[in-house]
Design a protein around this ligand. Structure first.
Ligand code: T5A
Length: 207
């Protein structure tokens, strides 16, 4: 059985990850590929519980270390119970966010040490890396406006815009560091244009 491909979708708040994930799924299924769609934090029952803890605006402040460890605890469950078994069965896994989000939000946004994130990445993931990461990039205000229209803000969305500027910069740095894996697509343009660019980056994987 040929192992499936692992695709991740990244970007700041409201850049259109969820919208375009559905497009990628359809596109791959039209090419007779079996697709598993998932997300982080989340993807398993326990990881979804951890997601609720992370996004909840409840009374007890979450320390930066607790946040980082919760993100990787959820990821460990997700890899073991969803990502690895699906790839082994030949399905392609598309995840709405993965570890680049940790470099962006905890590394960039919270200014946590990159070496700590790298250590946890190695511990939890071993050699697992996405085959392709699509980074949707848009000015912070555009994404936040889109997220606000949707309703009540979660714990991350309630951060100051300077936090999201750091997140965006860290994402762009990740793309510069890993140009072979991370493909940058401008997301502040009509959806049709975004989706044309998406097909261009997906096509080489189909060969
Ligand atoms: N997190 C996550 C960490 O801190 N560390 C980690 O390691 C991980 C994995 C998860 C939060 O967890 C944090 C980061 C996050 O804050 P989330 O739900 O994945 O939260 O992230 P959000 O960014 O909040 O997801 P959203 O659903 O808000 O944004 P999306 O998915 O990027 O945007 P989407 O597709 O819902 O689109 C938003 C709106 O914009 C419209 C859509 O129709 C929709 O209404 N839209 C467009 N409109 C015009 N033109 C376009 N091109 C458009 N594209 C989309």
């Amino acid at each position: 059985m040929t192992r499936g491909k692992f695709i991740t979708l990244e970007g700041g708040e409201g850049v259109g990850k969820t919208t375009n994930l559905a497009f990628i799924k359809d596109y791959l299924e039209r090419h007779n590929i079996s697709v598993v769609v998932t997300r982080e934090p989340g993807g398993t029952a326990l990881a979804e519980k951890i997601r609720r803890l992370l996004l909840d605006t409840g009374s007890e402040a979450i320390t930066e270390h607790a946040e980082l460890l919760l993100v990787f605890a959820a990821r460990a469950q997700h890899i073991k119970h969803v990502i690895e078994p699906s790839l082994a069965k030949g399905a392609w896994v598309i995840s709405d966010r993965f570890t680049d989000a940790t470099y962006a939000y905890q590394g960039g946004g919270r200014n946590m040490r990159i070496s700590t994130i790298e250590w946890l990445e190695h511990l939890v993931q071993g050699n697992l890396k996405p085959d392709l990461t699509v980074l949707l990039d848009a000015p912070v205000e555009i994404g936040l406006q889109r997220a606000k229209i949707r309703g009540a803000l979660d714990r991350f969305e309630a951060e100051k815009s300077s936090f999201f500027e750091h997140v965006r910069r860290a994402y762009l740095l990740q793309a510069e560091l890993h140009p072979e894996r991370i493909k940058l697509i401008k997301a502040n343009c009509p959806l049709d244009d975004v989706q044309r660019a998406l097909m261009d980056v997906l096509r080489p994987l189909l060969r």
